[in-house]
Design a protein around this ligand. Sequence first.
Ligand SMILES: [Zn+2]
Length: 233
Amino acid sequence: MDLDVKKIINLHKIDTRLQEIHDEKGGLPEIINEQKEKLDELKNQIHQSEEEIKLLNKDKSVCTSSIEDFNTNLEKHNKQMDNVRNNKEYDALLLEIDHLKKENNELQSKVDVINNSIEDMNTSNDEINGQIDSLTEKIGNNEKELNEKSVEFSIEEKLLEKDKKKLMSDISDNLFLDKYKEDNNSMVSAVFNGSCGACFYTLPAQSLEDTKSGKLITCPNCSIYLYFDEENQ
Ligand SMILES: [Zn+2]
C-alpha cells in the first residue's frame, strides 16, 4: 500500500498540472471570443453611424438646393415689387417675401443642426475606430499567445499523459482507480495552507504531520484523501 500511496499522490499531481494547463489555455479562447464579439459590435456601430451620416447628407443637399432657389425667388419677388398697382398687392407681396425669408432661415438652421450632428458622429467614429484598432491588436496578441502556449504545452501534456497512463497501470487498488477515473477531484486533494484543499477544514497538527511525512490521510471533515505537496504551498 505504501508504494500505491506514492503513486496515487503522483497521479493526482499530474492531474492537477493537466488541469492547470487546461485552465491556462482555456481562458484565452474565451477572452479572444469575447474580444471578437466586442469588435463586431464596434464595427456594427461604425456601419450604422455611416449609414446615418449618408441620410443626413442627403437631407442637407435637399436643404442646400432649396436655399439656392431662395435667392432666385427673392429676386423675382423684388422685381414684382416694382410693378405693384395698389397697397393690397404691395402688402400681399411683402407677406410672401417675409414668408420666403422665414422659410430660408429655417432651412439654414436645419443645415447647421445637420452639420453639428455629422461633426459629432465623425468625432465619435474616430474614437470607435481607435478602439477597433487597439482591440484588433489585442486579439492578434492573444491569438499569438494561445498559439505559442498550445505548442509549449503540447509536449508537456503528452509527457504527463504518458506518465499518468503508466501510474494508473501500476496502481493495484482497482476500487480506488475506478472511483478516481470517475472524478479525481472528489477523491484526492493536496493540503493547502494547513487545511483540506477540498473543504478548507483546518487539519489537526498530527494529521498535518502525517501528510508531511508522505502519508495519505483522509480529511476528518469531508473524507477526501489528502497529501502534502511541498511545491504547492
Ligand atoms: Zn476536507
